[in-house]
Design a protein around this ligand. Structure first.
Ligand code: KG4
Ligand code: ZN
Length: 363
């Protein structure tokens, strides 16, 4: 076990090819020495979403150049590393295999320990890239593929309190934006359009609010908004509709977080109460503001990752790897790419948020 970890992180689970070098000191202090992201947005934009085959090929084409750039930006060589961390799932398996295989090759060639990182664990630690946040904390993980509330007790120890029954919040942003004719990815485009809009001009359904659990649902909202979008023309009305959609998503996230906050506080008496939001949708200002207010109203602290680490990046994967390495945890070169890999396997099996399918629960 090395007290100071200098870890190369690799992320290829969706449409960003990313490499980063993160140093974690033995007192827990974290330095991001580099974080390089090659986005494939332009390659997928004509199709209005991510095409898995295009993504996998694009990762193959640039993973070595992106890694070289991350090392050179950090001013380091492979010899300065103490480990390699690669996303091993969940995600588009063709892309995951590219990053994981590359990570294995580096580990083998340089005799470095490998960590096969769960992408969701990367998001879970991402706020720790910008602030010193102790375990345990309550996490809202809200991205394009995931929407769940988790009690994060420590490295690799999560209890799921709730999750989406259908779409993820980012997916709802993306699909509604597409219905409104906005470019991919829809979340940032919809946020830009919503600027200055009046969220009171339209009424959208409020999903599952009567239920006493912490689960989410966005499909009714998505259908209602897409139907409204068909009849909305003119810049002012479009702006109002975007503001209304954004407010409806923020409201649901805040109300379910409020329930989870209360459940979490009851199960963690006498502890520092921390609420963290992570994932691509955490980049949305209206969402951040609503969640911040919800946390403070309940006596919780509030943290979100720096904007650059909300959406997919390799710095969060490197940090997840460094935390595992500092506990003496690593994986063999036989680690497999996993399209499905829930953080809380027990909750996912007993209460799947997506139909379980042949290979078990997805998230
Ligand atoms: O975490 P991420 O990069 O990938 C996944 O692991 O899914 O999240 C991407 C998602 C997309 O759905 C994107 O539209 C959404 O995050 N997103 C946003 C914003 N920035 C990214 N949604 C709303 N507002 C934003 N500013
Ligand atoms: Zn992600």
């Amino acid at each position: 076990m090395t007290p100071i970890q200098t870890v190369l992180g690799l992320e290829t689970s969706c449409d960003e090819t990313a490499a980063a070098v993160v140093r974690r000191h033995d007192d827990g202090r974290v330095e991001v020495l580099s974080s390089v992201i090659a986005s494939q947005i332009a390659a997928h934009a004509p199709y209005g979403g991510v095409v898995p085959e295009i993504a996998a090929r694009a990762h193959v084409e640039c993973i070595d150049a992106v890694t070289e750039e991350a090392l050179s930006e950090a001013g380091l060589s492979y010899n300065d590393l103490t480990g390699v961390a690669a996303t091993a799932g969940p995600g588009l398996v063709g892309g995951v295999m590219v990053g994981l295989s590359f990570g294995k090759a580096v580990a083998l060639a340089r005799n470095l320990p490998l960590v096969a990182v769960n992408h969701l664990e990367g998001h879970a630690v991402s706020a720790r890239l910008g602030a010193d946040i102790a375990y345990p904390f309550l996490l809202l993980l809200v991205s394009g593929g995931h929407c769940q509330l988790l009690s994060v007790e420590g490295v690799g120890a999560c209890d799921r309190l709730g999750s989406t029954l259908d779409d993820a919040a980012g997916e709802a942003f993306d699909k509604i934006a597409k219905a409104m004719g906005l470019p991919y990815p829809g979340g940032p485009a919809l946020e830009a359009l919503a600027e200055g809009g009046d969220p009171g001009q339209f009424t959208l359904p409020r999903m599952l609010l009567g239920r006493k659990d912490c689960d989410f649902s966005f499909s009714g909202l998505k259908t209602a908004a897409a139907r409204l979008a068909e009849g909305v023309t003119g810049e002012v009305a479009r702006r109002d509709l975007a503001a209304c959609v954004q407010a409806a998503i923020a409201t649901q996230l805040a109300e379910k977080s409020d329930r989870a906050i209360q459940a979490y506080a009851a199960s963690h008496p006498g502890e520092g109460l921390r609420f963290v939001v992570a994932g691509g949708v955490a980049a949305n200002r209206a969402v951040r503001e609503r969640l911040h207010a919800t946390a403070l109203a309940n006596g919780f602290s509030f943290d979100a990752p720096p904007l650059a680490y909300c959406t997919d990046n390799a710095a969060m994967i490197a940090l997840a790897g460094a935390e595992r390495l500092s506990l003496g945890l690593s994986d063999g070169l036989d680690a497999v790419a996993r399209p499905r890999w829930p953080l809380d396997a027990r909750a996912a099996a007993s209460h799947p948020s997506h139909p379980p399918g042949r290979k078990g629960a997805k998230a």
